[in-house]
Design a protein around this ligand. Structure first.
Ligand code: ADP
Ligand code: MG
Length: 260
């Protein structure tokens, strides 16, 4: 079986307790290259905990996550040395936080935010870095003349688009997103979603996206995992899960009774 036929991530029995509180329990799945996996469920269902366990930011109480790295081969995300994990975070992985403040330096220019990512992967030539930053500002629909502006002067939608540019400029294979449209006005959300969908498809990215918004899940995800009280209660192709939910909890979720 060729390299491309292996899952990018294999999670087995991922479990995280906070003291005696359940964060997530016994979550297993494979994420295939080019696949967008949506994790849905109401607030407190364990979505962010699971995402943090997958990216190694949280150490699970039990279970494991294997990642197939371009550079390092198959690694155990939690057994890997911290420098490897940190390197992945800057190269093969991207993280789009709900709050752009967590993923950007707001007091550093837009161009420098993108440039820093490129320097992490070895770029040194100022002209090339600037050209690449301009190219990526264009990709995320930020005017070229904003390159020397500070993101703290940007709207929330622009900050989020800049955060996306920073994450994609290094051509990662895997992006983790936690409620990427969560803090934005509805009209701004639609544009961002459209942009994300286009970029993800064009770059063939693998994505794990956490959202409590089923419309976001519908638009971006190929497959869904529905979480309740830390556990996965239903998984399937997005359209199947949303159009013909099997589990009573998913039925409630879809009928929007549980949605804020
Ligand atoms: P979601 O992202 O779906 O809203 P979370 O993963 O944030 O859910 O939370 C899952 C459960 O774990 C919740 O009951 C939450 O209160 C609890 N939890 C999350 N983070 C912590 C923490 N740092 N300490 C204690 N409990 C936490
Ligand atoms: Mg969350």
């Amino acid at each position: 079986m060729g390299e491309s036929m292996q899952p990018l991530i294999s999670a087995r029995g991922l479990t995280k307790y906070y003291g005696d509180m359940i964060g997530c329990r016994d979550v297993s799945f494979d994420l295939w290259p080019g696949e967008v996996m949506g994790i849905v469920g109401e607030s407190g269902s364990g979505k962010s905990t699971l995402l943090s366990c997958l990216s190694g930011r949280l150490t699970p109480t039990g279970g494991s996550a294997l990642y197939r790295s371009r550079e390092f081969g198959t690694i155990d995300v939690h057994g890997a040395m911290e420098p490897i994990r940190r390197k992945l975070m800057r190269t093969e992985w991207g993280i789009v936080h709900q709050n752009p403040r967590d993923g950007l330096r707001l007091g550093v220019t837009a161009g420098a935010n993108i440039g820093e990512r490129l320097m992490c992967i070895g770029a040194r030539n100022y002209g090339n870095i600037r050209a690449k930053a301009l190219e990526w500002l264009g990709e995320v629909e930020i005017a070229a003349d904003r390159i020397d502006h500070f993101p703290k002067t940007f709207s929330g939608g622009m900050q989020q688009r800049l955060q996306i540019a920073c994450n994609l400029v290094t051509s990662p294979s895997l992006i983790f997103m936690d409620e990427p449209t969560g803090g934005l006005d509805v009209s701004v959300q639609a544009r961002l979603l459209d942009l994300l969908r286009t970029l993800v498809a064009r770059m063939g990215l693998s994505v794990v996206i956490v959202t409590h918004d089923l419309a976001v899940a519908r638009l971006l995800a190929h497959r869904l995992m529905v979480m309740k009280d830390g556990q996965v209660v239903e998984t399937g192709l997005t359209d199947q899960v949303l159009d013909d939910p099997q589990h009573p909890y998913t039925q409630l979720l879809v009928s929007s009774i549980l949605q804020a």
